[in-house]
Structure formats: C-alpha cells, structure tokens
Design a protein around this ligand. Sequence first.
Ligand SMILES: Nc1ncnc2c1ncn2[C@@H]1O[C@H](COP(=O)(O)OP(=O)(O)O)[C@@H](O)[C@H]1O
Ligand SMILES: [Mg+2]
Length: 345
Amino acid sequence: MTIGSGRAATATGAGPAPVAEAGTTGRPLPPHAPLANAMALAVGLRGALASVLLGSDDAVTTAVVAALSGSHLLIEDVPGVGKTVLARALATALGAGLARVQGHPDLLPSDVTGVSVFAQDTRSWEFRPGPVFAPVVLLDELNRTPPRTQSALLEAMEEGQVSVDGTSWPLPRPHLVVATQNPVGQLGTYPLVESQLDRFGLSTTIGYPDAEVEQRLVLHDGGRDALAALDPAGSPAAWEAAIDATSTVTVAPAVAAYAVAVVRATRTAPSVRLGASPRAAIALIRCAQARAVLDQRTYVTPDDVQGVAVACLAHRLVVDGAAPTGRAGRAVVDEVLAATPVPVL
Ligand SMILES: Nc1ncnc2c1ncn2[C@@H]1O[C@H](COP(=O)(O)OP(=O)(O)O)[C@@H](O)[C@H]1O
Ligand SMILES: [Mg+2]
C-alpha cells in the first residue's frame, strides 16, 4: 500500500501554516498542507508495515509513531518474531537507506561510528563514515555490545553527530536508530544503563503471532516476500517535512497537564526506584502528536497520551527487584494510567 507519496510532501515551501486551533465554533480547523501530507505518509507507512509484519498492530503503530516523532526505537523481544523485517520495512517504506550492525562482544566504537584512514595518494587522513551514518540504522542485540561501543552509538544519537580526531561529522536528518535486545538470557550481555535507555523515545515488543497468522506466515504471506515487494510510501525529504508538521499538532493545556501528571506519577509509584524524566515527558507529548497524525487529527486527545504511554515510558523506569527488561515498567505505567484522572475536553 503506498498512499503517502514523496511528491505530495514537497509542497512545504511556504513553511507550516498556523496551527489548527479549535475555532469559535469549537470545531477544529482542517489540517494545513504539510500536516495533511504527514497524515497521508503516516497511513502509507502503517499500510506498508502491516503488509510485512503480520498480526502485531501495536508494534506497527509504535514504529510509525517513532518515524513521525523523530524518536529512536528499541525492540525488546526473542529471536524470530520479525524485528529485523519490521526495521527493514520501515526503512524501505520511508525510502531511506538502512545499515545493519550485529551486536557482539568484539564490536568496537569505530565499527559503528567510522574510522580515520591514511590516504596514500593525498598523504592525509580521511574519515570513512561507519554504519551509524545511514538514515535508518538497525543495531541488532545492542545488549551484546560492550559499554564503550554502546556509549559511542548513544552519544552519536543524542548529539546528532560523530566526533573523530577533533572533527565533527553530522549525521543525516532525519535519523532513526532501531535497536533490538533479546530479553531472555542475560549471560554475556551488557545491560544498558538508565541514562542510555532514556535516549530511546519508544520501546516495543512484538510477541508471538496467533495460530491463524502463523499459518499465513508459513504459506509465505507477509514477511520477507512482502518486504521484497514493498514500494516506498515516502522519501527522506517527505519524512523530514512530516516530522516538522507533526510538531505543530495542537496540544491543549489540559492534555499537557495530563501527560505531565502521568509522568510525575511514575516517580512516586510504589517499587519504582527511578521514574520518568522531563525528557520522557517531552517524548510523551511528541509521540502523542504523532499518534494524532496517524489518526488523522490536528489535535492531541488524552487517548493519544494513553495510547503511547507504555511505549514511551516503560523502558525508562527502574523497578525494584525487576530484571532490566521493560516488563515491570509496563505494569507500572498501566497502573499509573488507571490511577490518573483523565481530563474531559
Ligand atoms: N509477525 C510476523 N510477520 C511477518 N513475518 C514474520 C513474523 N514473525 C516472524 N516472521 C518471519 O520470521 C523470519 C524471522 O524474522 P526476523 O525479522 O529475522 O526475526 P528477528 O529479527 O526478530 O530475529 C522472517 O522470515 C520473518 O518474515
Ligand atoms: Mg533479527
């Protein structure tokens, strides 16, 4: 399915029009052109991803929200459930290049960021960019990568650049890192510390498909075959315009207050040693805006906040006595959502 076209989103020359506010009639205004393009791209992406990854609407939605909000994505799941095909489908659907890095204990920081090599002909040092310079980077088994390499990658993600020998090299924009972790078996792994997990805007799991979907898979529906046949739903330029337009989606003060209340409640929840940060609160609003765009709306509802809260917050929480996987955090976020009063708009 290719509903959003790269062509449509080039009509952004005039810059974003004023944000649609609820008019005097109380009804929201129609979306301005860049936002309408972002909505079309979002639907195109969802269709593309759902044709490849079968039976996991949540993971598909989270991946689209990551793309539109410009957030990095962490996928925590066991091998063989479609993590790699999801990341590949996302890159293809965005019309963007993908580089894949397999995490292992010998992976050096320069294997990710790049190296300076001495060029004999010019007798000077030249920088050879590493895989992190691809628009979409798939880093498999991030927790099998030693801490030095993890921090080199996460620093590059945070700064939007790589510094080698005193020179900074900017990463492409937009830039999306999809990292995967296997939550089973902690032997020989280097769990990410909290400050590093906080750099991921969203985390998701995929889970096992149900029997009906698994039967379709073994008969070559979806998966690799669908990926090979996938057409781009956009281009990097359309993607960047969509990220900008998504940030113009209206957030009413009551909705912002609700999101902040949810984030703050994670800090005082029983058994939570470290709650969600203000960075998480910002991400929560950005992702709720992206969910509104996917739902073809120009304003965020409390439902949007609830819809992205687990994906946005769970992986950042440190829960007493729990393994460093998102599971305990997900339960806490569900409890916090159930206990926080929802504003009526
Ligand atoms: N829900 C799913 N939808 C589509 N394909 C799936 C799904 N689950 C597993 N697969 C298929 O299983 C194989 C392994 O998937 P892959 O993405 O490499 O797994 P992972 O990266 O999680 O180890 C691929 O052929 C993929 O198409
Ligand atoms: Mg894989």
